[in-house]
Ligand binder design. Structure first.
Ligand SMILES: [Zn+2]
Length: 137
């Protein structure tokens, strides 16, 4: 038997937080996914706002840190602004860097990649910068 923690079995403070979050989550009835693609413009925005306000995001953001802690991970909130429009190679920011929803193509240096990969790399970098700026106590 090893002494390393099993990430699948939360213990201690993290377990208590996770249990409290799961109890909070259980108060909300499960809903079937709605088709938001059928909405357009204002209706889509209203639908999104309704989804956020129905406490789904609030519960998710309550559960996430405890779940991450129980798995030995950390959560760092970052500003996602322009993360999908910023070139990870040279930092050039432009709406034009996204010729399609799926593609990233830097207008400055010609770097090309899958758009979600670029966004993910930029979000990770923002988190690492935030962590460097505020070392743990
Ligand atoms: Zn570039």
């Amino acid at each position: 038997m090893g002494s390393s923690p099993d990430p699948a079995r939360p213990r201690g403070k993290a377990a208590a937080k996770l249990q409290a979050a799961q109890q909070a989550l259980s108060r909300f009835p499960r809903r079937k996914a709605e088709d938001h693609t059928a909405n357009h413009g204002v209706a889509a925005k209203a639908g999104l706002n309704r989804s956020i306000n129905d406490a789904g995001w609030g519960v998710f953001l309550t559960v996430l840190p405890a779940k991450a802690e129980s798995a030995g991970q950390e959560v760092i909130a970052v500003d996602a602004g322009n993360t999908s429009r910023t070139c990870p190679q040279g930092g050039h920011v432009s709406v034009g860097n996204r010729p399609t929803r799926e593609k990233f193509h830097c207008l400055s240096c010609d770097h090309s990649a899958y758009a979600d990969t670029v966004g993910t790399v930029n979000v990770l970098r923002a988190g690492l910068v935030h962590r460097e700026a505020q070392p743990p106590a």
